[in-house]
Design a protein around this ligand. Structure first.
Ligand SMILES: C[S@@+](CC[C@H](N)C(=O)[O-])C[C@H]1O[C@@H](n2cnc3c(N)ncnc32)[C@H](O)[C@@H]1O
Length: 215
């Protein structure tokens, strides 16, 4: 599985398919969380969220980990627009499952449109691993697709999500072919959902999770 083939056109594809809707979803709670000190952006891809994160939290140390070197390059190029940003942002080319990272140090974990890349077994491992890297008072932001529970909205979600998985399977060789809800895995990792919002007739969700000891 590799997103390298998509790296250069991912932003254009997103703009064409969704306009600003996915970005709105990524940013839903960014202004509401406590100011983070050490941020982990897992599977950050093209860096649209990274740019806003740097703008909002200029004092934070941000680590971007992604298994696609092409995506990392696109994200790094975006930071050129911000003159001093590079000193606080570390780019790591790694699979999150095998990345040898400091345990318990990140007070903000971000997984936007990332957890949907994994089949159930792998997802549990990814969430558990990221949970280990999170501090005891960490917050976790996630944006993703979901299937609306009923009616035509549910049907619409199934059609769109099904098409997306087919596309990513062909272009990126993605193994997952359906959404797995990460809620149980996040709870197992000690997180509780704090806030949630949905949009696009139930197709998109934004969630803010946090650990018990958070204020
Ligand atoms: C669907 S894209 C999402 C990109 C971006 N976060 C967004 O909001 O659109 C998934 C990203 O996760 C990365 N990725 C997938 N599996 C990964 C893994 N095991 N470890 C690290 N990155 C991974 C891909 O390279 C890609 O950049």
């Amino acid at each position: 599985m590799s997103f390298d083939r998509l790296a250069r056109c991912y932003g254009v594809l997103e703009a064409f398919a969704a306009g600003g809707k996915m970005q709105k979803c990524r940013l839903a709670f960014l202004d509401d969380i406590p100011v983070p000190r050490k941020v982990l952006l897992a599977g950050e891809g093209h860096g649209r969220f990274l740019l806003e994160c740097v703008r909002r939290y200029p004092e934070a140390m941000i680590v971007v980990v992604d298994s696609s070197i092409g995506m990392l390059q696109v994200a790094r190029n975006k930071l050129v627009l911000l003159e001093t940003a590079n000193v606080r942002v570390e780019f790591v080319h790694a699979d999150v499952l095998h990345w040898d990272a400091p345990v318990g140090k990140f007070d903000l974990i971000v997984t936007h449109f990332f957890l949907d890349c994994f089949v159930a077994d792998s997802l549990a491992g990814v969430v558990a691993r990221l949970g280990m890297l999170a501090s005891p008072d960490a917050h976790w932001l996630l944006a993703d697709f979901q299937i609306a529970p009923t009616g035509w909205a549910g049907l619409r979600c199934r059609v769109i999500v099904g098409l997306l998985y087919r596309f990513f399977r062909v272009v990126c060789r993605l193994k997952a072919d359906s959404l797995t809800c990460p809620d149980e895995d996040l709870e197992m990792a000690g997180f509780h959902r704090h806030r949630r919002t949905t949009s696009e007739w139930g197709l998109l969700k934004s969630e803010w999770w946090r650990r018990e000891r958070s204020v």
